[in-house]
Ligand binder design. Structure first.
Ligand SMILES: Nc1ncnc2c1ncn2[C@@H]1O[C@H](COP(=O)(O)OP(=O)(O)OP(=O)(O)O)[C@@H](O)[C@H]1O
Ligand SMILES: [Mg+2]
Length: 254
């Protein structure tokens, strides 16, 4: 198999990271035979599980707090706690027919996601070994790259909408990814594309951002949004879904 193993979906807030992760998951699970894990790594807007309609009973944060509680109360020997960590983590993975899902959850201590992010970094590196493809729907911006949470992912997909500001965030992400990760492939997906974007494509070249694919603004996604329907049920007449199918073919060739 020549497909990317771990794919981090990053980008400016609101560009469509969660929507695109969902559509990638839909096609990879329905049309391919990979053992697929989704990680909802966004502690502030954890919407991936609702979008794919798979809600885990426990989050990584729940597990982290359980471990802290057990060690504080000295209810168990430290060695025993350490031995059980993997088991606990596996309990946080929710399985469905086509894929499994793990959610970082909402850290209790406001403002600081450092402990949750360090656990996430280790989990990405250990649990990912048991899956063929791991899709990570990341927090908006650069934090998780700068904190080296994504240091060992092999593919970075930067989602940008058709605004210059979003492309500039994409450029900062690329620079930081070169510094703080060991990615093998990085590409930009332009999302919610409408009208003439020639100028924007020229600007992308100036910023040295490689274009992996374009996803059109999709009326069906907007309708699903209005009705609060999970995007995993998007139907085949969706233009966005067709574009994602082409992007996957490119990704798998890499
Ligand atoms: N191709 C598209 N066509 C139309 N609407 C879209 C498209 N992609 C995403 N959207 C809509 O854009 C909004 C933002 O999408 P989404 O929540 O996936 O962004 P995000 O990058 O994950 O945001 P956040 O940074 O808050 O996590 C949603 O309402 C979503 O339905
Ligand atoms: Mg999101």
């Amino acid at each position: 198999m020549n497909s990317p193993k771990s794919i981090a979906i990053v980008g400016k807030g609101g560009t469509g990271k969660t929507a695109i992760t969902t559509l990638l998951a839909k096609i990879l699970s329905e049309e391919y035979d990979f053992k697929l894990l989704l990680i909802d790594a966004d502690p502030t807007h954890p919407h991936l599980s609702t979008m794919v309609e798979l809600i885990p009973k426990k989050s990584l944060e729940d597990i982290r707090l359980e471990i802290i509680k057990e060690s504080m109360q000295q209810a168990k020997e430290f060695v025993e706690i350490a031995e059980n960590i993997d088991f606990k983590l596996y309990n946080a993975i929710e399985e469905s027919k086509g894929f499994s899902l793990l959610s970082i959850g909402n850290p209790v201590s406001e403002g600081c996601f450092c402990p949750a992010n360090s656990l996430l970094r280790n989990v990405i590196e250990s649990i990912s070994k048991d899956f063929e493809i791991v899709l990570i729907d990341c927090e908006a911006g650069l934090e998780q790259i700068n904190r080296k949470v994504l240091r060992n992912v092999d593919t970075i997909l930067i989602i940008s909408d058709i605004s210059v500001r979003s492309l500039e965030t994409a450029q900062s992400i690329k620079k930081m990814a070169q510094k703080f990760t060991h990615y093998k492939k990085l590409g930009v997906i332009l999302n919610k594309v409408r009208g003439n974007i020639d100028k924007l494509l020229i600007h992308m070249k100036e910023l040295d951002l490689p274009l992996l694919g374009k996803v059109p603004e999709d009326r069906l996604i907007m309708e699903f949004d209005l009705q609060g329907k999970p995007l995993i049920h998007l139907t085949d007449d969706s233009k966005a879904l067709r574009s994602i199918r082409n992007i996957i073919q490119k990704l798998i060739k890499i």
